[in-house]
Ligand binder design. Structure first.
Ligand SMILES: O=C(CO)[C@@H](O)[C@H](O)COP(=O)(O)O
Ligand SMILES: [Fe+2]
Length: 209
């Protein structure tokens, strides 16, 4: 069974409560946090996570595309994040982050950008719950899926049979099967859900794929 994690980056921010209601048939809500340093874009802070938490029972899947995530991990946890994913490529105090997430009883992920090798994750696998493979350059929604990510997913699945593997960027009905066949079990979908004519139907058909 896959978990579908619609990315609210593609939602209408002025109607976030309604947008989140429409994805009730999904499993997670993917929240892309960008700081204008690690990536050239700025998005949500912890207060928005807190507001989203009030309006959904879905798992809050918080993707931190920020430098020094150890400075913010506690406040995102307090705001209701259920999964915290940090980037391998950023400057960070991994031990601090690991302890904060684990002692809050939440899940920890590490993400790799398209040019980062899957092998870098090997030493983190015993400590993390999820590996996030970026299938676009992080920073913006609506980009084209990079097929090279398929091999990376396969490599990680060979390294660890049980870990959650999330794939993020450019996923829709045309390519969801290829990433699931490669070994991904958590699927982020932004534009293909929120830009669809019928958001509820888009969730339903991606869940069935
Ligand atoms: O983390 C990111 C982008 O940096 C993603 O979560 C995107 O928001 C996914 O959007 P689509 O590519 O599905 O439109
Ligand atoms: Fe993301």
């Amino acid at each position: 069974m896959i978990k579908l994690s619609p990315s609210v980056l593609a939602a209408d921010f002025a109607c976030l409560k309604d947008e989140i209601e429409k994805i009730g048939g999904a499993d997670y809500v993917h929240i892309d946090v960008m700081d204008g340093h690690f990536v050239p874009n700025i998005t949500f802070g912890p207060d928005i996570v807190k507001c989203i938490k009030k309006h959904t029972n879905l798992v809050l899947d918080v993707h931190l595309m920020i430098e020094n995530p150890e400075k913010y991990v506690d406040v995102f946890l307090k705001s209701g994040a259920d999964i915290i994913t940090v980037h391998y490529e950023c400057n960070m105090d991994f031990e601090y982050i690991k302890n904060a997430v684990k002692s809050a009883g939440k899940k920890l992920g590490i993400s790799i950008k398209p040019k980062t090798d899957a092998e870098v994750l090997e030493k983190f696998l015993p400590d993390i719950d999820m590996a996030l493979v970026m299938s676009v350059e992080p920073g913006f929604g609506g980009q084209k899926f990079m097929p090279e990510s398929i091999d990376k997913i396969k490599k990680i699945r060979l390294m660890d049979k049980n870990i959650d593997i999330e794939v993020d960027g450019g996923i829709g009905e045309d390519n969801i099967k290829s990433v699931v066949d490669a070994g991904a079990n958590v699927i982020v979908a932004g534009s293909s859900v929120f830009k669809a004519d019928d958001v509820r139907k888009a969730v339903e058909s991606l869940k069935k794929f």
